[in-house]
Design a protein around this ligand. Structure first.
Ligand code: MSP
Length: 511
């Protein structure tokens, strides 16, 4: 039996409002989950990372308790995901008791096994940056990033014995070169491992917004707490829990800046628990603005709600997945989004749907005729497999390019076979048969497109299916299994609104 598919996103810091970068990773996970559901059981997890100094500071600045702050912001994130048609199965919050319970249980277990021990953390500490520095890194005895005076700190901390897992990590990397993608991140992490690993402090005593260490002595470091969300959501540790079916994760999606936690610390924690590492971690690139990572602290973040309003969520999803090979950085600009909307989506796809259904109305009273000889379909046979393979291999741009071969083939057959001329000769039975065969294939092509596009553009795909006259939800059930010729003759279409309205480039204001 096929293993269920489990896909995760990072859990997002809830220190402020979401931006398009957060929608990006989550939309990618959504494409995978929707595609996986056509083949079997899937589970898609996202959520919010609510502990730690950063969130506590944001709450304090707003004059709220951290819990009130988080409770007020979580709906904003859930609204974002709804606006982007995200079909998550579970949304985890690290302040939920179901998560805290697992984190404390794991902490206790690893303390018993000796993987967590009490040690002394000593070093030069920059309070401003909340960072320890090696003596060698100091500049004139001061913090190398902010130039402030550093203080010698010595505190008793709980450590995770990461260094003990270095050999196993090296071995794992070498024998599973595809477990971490893309290659650039794999190479970077491998060289970190080769340099050596220190144990990892996992307790904090200088603030209290976190999960309490069992038995007291501070709170658990936010990263140790956060990583465990991927298994606490599966009720790890309870006999018969979903964990037993869904773990190891099929794909864990992250941005490349958090690769070290996910591909060095995380597998080691899992191994310490006697569990498997995830099957694949994919550390994708950044959306950049003028060459810099888009982010809240960079001050260049765009409001994803305003973008969805202006361009439509599906156009944005298409842009994000089509613009660059998955893994690479890519720059965001409104001109590029508009070009994708007007060209690929409006001219190629939208027009195809509009003119096919208009001809069906005129030539066949809006009803799908019987199939004839398959001219178009024969050349497209391999497309569903190619699209599915590309999606599950996280080559989304290639998947979309393959889907566009269907769009192009259909448009070309209209231009070449000129149905309006066949219509003029409709009294000739051969011309009428040829017209019907073409109209059938155009409709069948639209059915395929509704299915192939459903993971990427759920709303527009459903609209294509609706206008074509398919039963609700049918188009979401197929991807790899699509066969040419399954559309039922007699299907009654219901042409409707234009799929992708043209967007005009905003005129620079003269004021
Ligand atoms: N809370 C941690 C993750 C813990 S996971 C156990 C965190 N949160 S975050 O809010 O900073 O979100 C980081 C993630 O958001 C990135 O890893 C990436 O998935 C996404 N992105 C944030 N900004 C982005 C871009 N500019 N471009 C692409 N993805 C972006 O780190």
């Amino acid at each position: 039996m096929k293993r269920p598919f489990y896909v995760t996103t990072p859990i997002y810091y809830i220190s402020g409002n979401p931006h398009i970068g957060h929608a990006y990773t989550t939309a990618v996970a959504d494409v995978l989950a929707r595609a996986a559901r056509t083949e079997g059981e899937a589970f898609f997890l996202t959520g919010t990372d609510e502990h730690g100094q950063k969130v506590a500071n944001a709450a304090a600045a707003a004059g709220k308790s951290p819990q009130d702050w988080c409770d007020a912001l979580v709906p904003r994130w859930q609204e974002l995901f709804a606006a982007f048609h995200i079909s998550y199965d579970d949304f985890i919050r690290t302040t939920q008791p179901r998560h805290e319970r697992v984190v404390q249980r794991v902490f206790e277990r690893l303390r018993e096994s000796g993987d967590i021990y009490l040690g002394t953390y000593e070093g030069w500490y920059c309070i401003e940056d909340e960072t320890f520095w090696l003596e060698a890194k100091l500049v004139d005895g001061k913090c190398p990033t902010c130039g402030r005076t550093v203080t010698w700190l010595s505190e008793n901390d709980w450590f995770f014995r990461l260094s003990a897992y270095r050999d196993r990590l090296l071995e794992y990397y070498r024998s599973n070169p595809n477990w971490l993608r893309p290659k650039s991140v794999y190479n970077e992490m491998l060289s970190l491992l080769e340099e050596g690993l220190d144990d990892f402090s996992i307790s904090r005593t200088n603030f209290d917004w976190g999960i309490e260490i069992p038995g007291g002595g501070g709170v658990i470091y936010v990263w140790f707490d956060a990583l465990l969300n991927y298994i606490s959501a599966l009720d790890y540790g309870t006999p018969g829990a979903p964990f037993e079916r869904f773990w190891p994760a099929s794909v864990q999606l992250i941005g490349k800046e958090i690769a070290r936690f996910h591909t060095i610390v995380w597998p080691a924690v899992l191994w310490a628990l006697g569990e498997k590492a995830p099957e694949l971690v994919f550390a994708h690139g950044w959306i950049t603005v003028d060459g810099r990572k888009m982010g809240k602290s960079m001050g260049n973040a765009t409001d994803p709600f305003a973008l969805a309003e202006r361009f439509g969520a599906d156009t944005l999803r298409y842009f994000l997945l089509r613009e660059a090979p998955f893994g690479s950085d890519f720059s965001y600009s409104e001109e590029k989004i508009i070009a994708r909307n007007n060209d690929d989506l409006g001219n190629d796809l939208g027009n195809l749907v509009r003119r096919s259904l208009a001809m069906l109305t005129k030539y066949c009273d809006g009803v799908v005729p019987s199939a004839g000889e398959p001219f178009i379909g024969a050349a497209l046979e391999q497309i569903p497999n190619r699209v599915a393979d590309a999606i599950f291999d996280l080559r989304f741009r290639e998947a979309l390019e393959a889907i566009w071969q269907v769009v192009t083939a259909l448009n070309r057959s209209i231009d070449e076979r000129k149905p309006w001329e066949l219509w003029k000769r409709r009294d000739d039975p051969a011309a009428k048969a040829s017209l019907d065969a073409l109209m059938y294939e155009l409709c069948e092509g639209l059915r395929w497109l509704a299915s192939l596009l459903a993971p990427f553009m759920p709303e527009k795909a459903a609209e294509i299916a609706r206008q074509l006259g398919l039963a609700e939800g049918d188009h979401e059930r197929e991807l790899r299994s699509l066969r040419w010729g399954a559309l039922a003759a007699g299907t009654r279409s219901a042409p409707g609104a234009v799929l992708f309205a043209r967007i005009e480039v905003a005129e620079p204001s003269s004021a």
